[in-house]
Structure formats: structure tokens, C-alpha cells
Ligand binder design. Structure first.
Ligand SMILES: [Zn+2]
Length: 327
């Protein structure tokens, strides 16, 4: 019994099991053009779902056709800027195209009430695989915190969850912030490490990985610029389960990043003002990594200030605290 309890407490085991159940269900119902008495498996539909590109209109139609969502939820979830930016990646992957078509026309937001909270003790949860269900504790679309949690979980529904959690958890929070305006309040230590990595190798390899599952662009930019041992440490750190040891992991990662930075740019990472601000938790820095429509800026009292002509003072950001964990 202890074994079972611990097994289910592990978020990835739980995600795997429920994800598998949802996948079985989604495949069984994924037969849009056949009658109720036809065989559930229809090779043409599966092949079509894997190969033809997904358009913005198709995503819009899928979301708006769900009879489980309110009009308000449909308007929130069909975030055109987001899909404009991620579909070019999603369309590179047959697996992703299939998954989107299996889950997006049946989206549902479910409340984690007091009883369900005993089983799913999180602020928010997405089961993974082909699930169309987004879970939010004490869900209320008019409550800002609920919408923040919903947008984080929704980002998981758009991602390739075979990626390492280091990337998909940090990215879910960052995408939710950049496209839905949510507060960045979970996974701060990991986000910081992902931000520094993107300051060094850019955000393109990360977008590619999260939305197709293809790691090669990250490898191409990191591996040739590190020793074998350093690259092994890098892989060990990013493939680690997210948990209480992030300080230790971050220390190792910083050391690897210092070599990576020096080997790429020929100067020391400690002299990079943007990275210094990220590492010192300077909340006057606001950088957008995924949504090009947003401006990156410092507030007027920033130490880095006007040295970066593309950064201009706009408003003061609130301090960021870690709040209740969301998966
Ligand atoms: Zn999450």
C-alpha cells in the first residue's frame, strides 16, 4: 500500500497512468468521419491527422466546437498570437499534429474540489498524452489566480510532454506569462536557469524542442562548446526530476553555462549584464523570450539601464514569490 501511495504521489507516474487512460479514450473516439457502428480504428483518418498541417482556422474551429467550454473559456483558449507562433513548430511533427487533433476539439476545464484535492493535491494539473481535460483547484474563470493556473495547464496541453520537465515546466509558466499575462509564480529557480540558457543559445532551440520534441538544435549549440564531462553534467542537470535539489542543480548548471558562454563568445559570463540581472533575481528586468510582440525592458532605476538601446523603462514589476505548486 505504501508502494502504491508513493507511486501515485510521484507526479510523473500519475501523469503517465491517467495519460494512458485518456489516450486510450481519445483514440477510441477519434473517428470524426465514420458512423457509430464503424470500426473505431480508421487508417485514413489517422494518417490524415498526422500528415496534413494544422491551420489557425482549424484550431479555432476545434476550440469553438467544444460543447464543454463556455464562450468566455473559448475566447480565452483560442489565443491567436500563441497559435500563430507555435503552429509552425507543431506542424513539423506528425505526432504533435495527431495529438492536437485528438484533444483540441474536446477541451474541458474541470474543477479540483475538496474531494478531488485528496487525489490531485495541486493548484492545477494536466494529465498529459491525449487528454482534453485541464484541472484547476477551486476553478472560477473570474478569478485571476484560476486563470493563471488554467493558462499554465493549458500550455502543457500544447507542448510535447516527452521533453524534460526542466524545459516544459519552465516554458509553461513563461508562455502563460507572455501570452496570457499570468504571473510567473511557480518554478522560479528552473525558469532562471532556462532564461540564462536562452541568453546564451537563443530561444529558437527551446521552442523547437518543446513543440516538436526534437532536441537536436539544443545539442548542436551546446555540445560542441563544452568538454565531454561538462556536456554530461549539462544533460544530467536538465534531465533531473524537478524537486527540492534545484539549488545544487543550479550551481552545477551555472558552472557549465560559464564554460559554454566563454567558448561561444570568448568573454566571461559574469560580465554579461542581462545574465547578472537574471541571476541576482532583479525584478526590474523583464525579458520576453517567446512572444516577439512584447518589448523587453528595464525600469528606470535598473543598474543596466540604457546600455541596451532596445530596452526601455515601462513599469515596475512586482517581486516574484513561489506560491502553491502546480504541475
Ligand atoms: Zn506544470
Amino acid at each position: 500500500m505504501i508502494y502504491v501511495t508513493n507511486f501515485f504521489k510521484n507526479k510523473h507516474n500519475l501523469r503517465l497512468i491517467i495519460g494512458a487512460l485518456c489516450a486510450a479514450n481519445a483514440i477510441a473516439t477519434f473517428t470524426p468521419s465514420v458512423g457509430a457502428h464503424e470500426p473505431v480504428y480508421h487508417p485514413y483518418d489517422i494518417e490524415h491527422a498526422m500528415t496534413s498541417d494544422i491551420t489557425l482556422d482549424e484550431i479555432k474551429n476545434m476550440i469553438y466546437s467544444s460543447d464543454k467550454l463556455t464562450e468566455e473559456e473559448k475566447a480565452l483558449l483560442y489565443n491567436e498570437a500563441l497559435f500563430e507562433d507555435i503552429l509552425p513548430y507543431v506542424n513539423q511533427s506528425e505526432q504533435m499534429k495527431f495529438m492536437y487533433r485528438a484533444k483540441f476539439d474536446n477541451l474541458d476545464v474541470k474543477n479540483i474540489g475538496p474531494i478531488m484535492y485528496n487525489i490531485i493535491p495541486y493548484a492545477g494539473w494536466y494529465p498529459g498524452a491525449l487528454s482534453s481535460n485541464l484541472y484547476v483547484k477551486n476553478y472560477d474563470i473570474n478569478d485571476e489566480k484560476s486563470v493563471d493556473t488554467l493558462s499554465h495547464e493549458y500550455m502543457h496541453a500544447t507542448q510535447n510532454l516527452n521533453c524534460y520537465p526542466f524545459f516544459y515546466e519552465a516554458a509553461a509558466e513563461m508562455y502563460a506569462h507572455e501570452y496570457f499575462g499570468g504571473e510567473v509564480d511557480s518554478y522560479r529557480p528552473t525558469i532562471k536557469m532556462l532564461e540564462v540558457l536562452m541568453e546564451i543559445i537563443g530561444s529558437e532551440p527551446i521552442k523547437q524542442y518543446i513543440y516538436t520534441g526534437d532536441f537536436s538544435m539544443i545539442e548542436e549549440r551546446v555540445k560542441p562548446n563544452l568538454s565531454d564531462d561538462e556536456y554530461a553534467t549539462f544533460m544530467e542537470c536538465i534531465s533531473e526530476e524537478l524537486g527540492p535539489h534545484s539549488a545544487e542543480r543550479n550551481e552545477k548548471l551555472i558552472s557549465v553555462y560559464q564554460s559554454l558562454y566563454f567558448n561561444i563568445y570568448g568573454t566571461y559570463m559574469r560580465n554579461d549584464q542581462i545574465i547578472s540581472h537574471i541571476l541576482s533575481n532583479d525584478s526590474t528586468l523583464n525579458r520576453a523570450y517567446f512572444n516577439d510582440r512584447l518589448e523587453s525592458y528595464y525600469i528606470s532605476n535598473s543598474k543596466a539601464g540604457s546600455e541596451y538601446h532596445y530596452l526601455e523603462p515601462i513599469s515596475e514589476k512586482e517581486n516574484i514569490f513561489t506560491v502553491e505548486h502546480q504541475l
